[in-house]
Design a protein around this ligand. Structure first.
Ligand code: ZN
Length: 292
């Protein structure tokens, strides 16, 4: 293995009896003596892929709950207008794939005009596969970058668990695609969380948009209402920001960070409770008297 990658950013890999390969590595390549296994695979595009298997020992410990600072915790909302929106009001745009999809459609049209099974058809078929591959690669790369950023930047990442996120304005097909992308995103996030020693908490997505992040009172919002404005406490936030804060709140509660009703003395991480006070307007009304 030659890591002296120079300007072309290729890593050089030598396999016995085969010789040197130039490898375009999308992740850090481990030193040769740490590689347990190498496998080669030829894709439909005609490109070769090499997978290097290495074992990771001593994955870092996740930080003890008592030592985590509030600013190292984040809630992540799966956006509708943005890809993700965090409880720190950072929003990451949806990846623009229009050029890649145009190219894919163009190559596909060319393929349709070729004589099926001819040499030219076969050449064109590879181009179609390459165009499709480029889309997949770009999405994958984007998800790698986002998940790496989250697990290195924060100690606690709270995210919505998949299943029933309502997507009122999209078709079932679009929802399935979105779900698939989100599910791969979660897989990557959890896998990297283990490598980097980060807590990832998956929380129930129901009601995260309706609830007020300050007082907890639920208000129904149609999909086009982008602002949260609480009729109970007057709190105002962007819709996605309010949801991200609720997600963080739920995540911290699951971790044992928030104060729970059944064990009021639980003080594992009192300072980590985000903006909302547990004794919100709703709770006070339900509790009735102080002795309840
Ligand atoms: Zn409120």
């Amino acid at each position: 293995m030659d890591h002296n990658t120079g300007d072309d950013r290729f890593v050089r890999l030598r396999l016995e009896k085969i010789g040197w390969f130039k490898v375009r590595a999308d992740r850090d390549v481990p030193p040769a003596d740490e590689i347990d296994e190498v496998s080669l695979k030829k894709e439909r595009t005609g490109e070769w892929f090499v997978s290097l298997v290495t074992s990771v020992e001593n994955t870092p410990e996740k930080p003890p709950l008592g030592e985590i600072e509030p600013e190292d915790c984040v809630g992540v909302d799966l956006g509708i207008t943005s890809y993700i929106h965090t409880s720190e009001n950072l929003s990451v745009d949806t990846l623009d794939l229009s050029e890649e999809y145009d190219r894919y459609a163009r190559e596909q049209r060319k393929l349709d005009r070729k004589e099926h099974g001819s040499n030219n058809w076969e050449k064109q078929r590879r181009k179609v596969a390459q165009a499709k591959r480029a889309i997949k690669r770009k999405v994958r790369d984007y998800q790698h970058k986002l998940t790496t950023w989250l697990v290195t930047e924060y100690d606690v990442v709270a995210v919505e668990d998949l299943d029933v996120k309502p997507m009122l304005e999209t078709s079932q097909n679009a929802k399935n695609k979105q779900d698939a992308a989100w599910s791969r995103f979660l897989e990557l996030l959890e896998y990297k969380a283990d490598l980097h020693g980060t807590h990832v908490e998956k929380v129930k997505p129901e009601g995260t948009t309706k609830e007020c992040a300050v007082c907890g009172v639920e208000t129904a919002k149609p999909i086009w209402v982008r602002e949260h404005s609480c009729p109970a406490c007057g709190h105002q936030d962007g819709r996605d920001l309010n949801a991200a804060k609720n997600i963080l709140f739920r995540g911290l509660k699951q971790l044992g960070a928030g104060r729970s009703e059944s064990t009021p003395v639980q003080t594992a991480l009192p300072t980590l409770t985000p903006h909302r006070e547990e004794v919100g307007a709703k709770r006070v009304v339900e509790a009735g008297s102080p002795g309840a």
